[in-house]
Design a binder for this molecule. Structure first.
Ligand code: SF4
Length: 247
């Protein structure tokens, strides 16, 4: 599951001035490879482990060019794809970031837990955890993932006292009712590690990628979630979730 050569990673792409995935201005690294198949995925180009092969030292050099911009608690976000598919690399790379005083956020679906993943969680400053669906059945159907597994991952973050931001894409006709939002609240409300809950609107901006890659798009006929609807859903979340920032 992990890299054969643990000193290199396969990277799909980078974003030098990311502001949405963690605090402040961040250098975001999109690791290639993901075992899930979320129907709302807007990065299908990251599913296969294809991309640039790079060593931890060279990746650090890239990051250090942007360090002067990491203001307001900025840093590096490890994203994808699923960065935890390349944990052997992360175990080499994250300490290099730390030695350089760089804060690290992990953007993950929480789809894997093993000894190395526990060490990675330990080293990160912030975990951005996707909560795709609110039942096991829907998780399987719409993400090829598991709610139970995601909750195991969240429990580890709780045990390790790591700050977690939960993120859920609200998808029309799949998980965007008031009842859905209440179910999500029920799932996360007892976890003290959850500091923030981001509800995101489903959008069709990634559709052209499916076409370009020749991948069937399961939501081809689904429209963008309207901003007014997102606001309403956020208000329901806010009203039902105490001590958590809702965005
Ligand atoms: S976990 Fe992320 S990268 Fe993987 S399929 Fe889902 S949205 Fe796409």
């Amino acid at each position: 599951m992990n890299n054969v050569n643990k000193s290199t990673a396969i990277i799909s792409s980078y974003e030098s001035f990311a502001t949405l995935d963690g605090t402040g201005i961040r250098f975001e690294i999109f690791f290639a490879g993901c075992p899930l198949r979320c129907v709302c995925c807007h990065n299908p180009e990251t599913w296969e482990r294809k991309g640039e092969e790079i060593s931890a030292e060279d990746l650090l050099k890239k990051v250090l060019r942007y360090k002067p911009y990491f203001k307001n608690k900025g840093g590096v976000t490890l994203s994808g794809g699923e960065p935890l598919m390349q944990t052997s690399f992360l175990l080499n790379f994250i300490p290099l970031l730390k030695q350089n005083g760089i804060s690290v956020a992990l953007d993950t679906s929480g789809c894997v837990i093993n000894h190395d993943v526990l060490k990675v969680i330990e080293m990160c400053d912030l975990i951005l955890l996707d909560m795709k669906q609110n039942t096991e059945e829907k998780y399987k159907k719409y993400a090829r993932g598991s709610l139970e597994q995601t909750l195991k991952f969240l429990s580890v973050c709780e045990e390790k006292n790591k700050d977690v931001w939960i993120r859920t894409v609200m998808i029309p006709n799949i998980n965007n009712t008031k009842e859905d939002v209440i179910k999500f609240v029920e799932i996360v409300k007892n976890f003290k590690c959850v500091k923030k809950y981001d509800l995101l609107a489903f959008h069709t901006m990634g559709f052209s990628k499916y076409e370009k890659l020749g991948i069937e798009n399961p939501l081809l006929n689904t429209k963008d979630l309207k901003i007014e609807e997102l606001k309403k859903l956020k208000n329901i979340l806010k009203a039902n979730l105490q001590n958590v920032i809702v965005q």
